[in-house]
Design a protein around this ligand. Sequence first.
Ligand code: SF4
Length: 260
Amino acid sequence: MKKGLVFNIQRYSVHDGGGIRTIIFLKGCPLRCPWCSNPESRKSVAPSTWRKHGKKETIGCWRSTGELVDEVMKDEIFFRTSGGGVTLSGGEVLMQADFAADLLKEFHELGVHTAIETTGCFPVEELQKITPFLNQVLFDLKIMDPKSSKQVLGLSVSLVKENFAFLLAQDHLDVIPRVPLIPGYTTSEENLQALIEYLQEKEIKMVHLLPFHQYGSSKYDYLGWEYTMQEAVPLTSLAVEQIRQRFLAQGISANIDGLE
Ligand code: SF4
């Protein structure tokens, strides 16, 4: 029986897709976003440990698709009454693409709305495994300059664009681009303009903006890792609104959404 490595399950979420959702967080991510609020998910698909309040804890638990389906379907009534469903998040879902495909297929066959969050950082073949069982993709767009993206995140912009274009071409999919608003990284004039131009080129009319927050900062202490965003100040609501208006002025409506 195939198992996937899960590091968290969050019920009753109203972010990360429509309606009330259950979010399954899959472990493993090859990127290194300095602002990452789930750093415990990063690196390889293997259980790891941290020390929280002096106590050693294991991060990640191998779960079968059957176990996860049984657990998530306890919330089916909320999905049906709110138009919600299940979202696979991470980490990076595509790092466990085979398992994600098996899991999403089961939910799909049960008639549950399915979504993933991804940065599109793996070859398109990994996405192709799961798109038949998906209704919605929340697709992160971050740093658009290829050199900076590679240097800062370890992410190829051309790969991101290839994956985004592939998803847009799937008629059955609702693709929602999401932009984390990270001071010093994604909110520069140049990056915002590059994002807007790319979205216009793809005829995108709606984007979700995810303002930076510090909610994950203590996790770096638990992991014993350096957190370089300690001094970063979240954008004011006025600054976020100005960015929203900037998208709007270019024909792209922008919702202020969940947490990066
Ligand atoms: S892609 Fe997501 S999980 Fe991976 S490092 Fe960036 S913020 Fe963290």
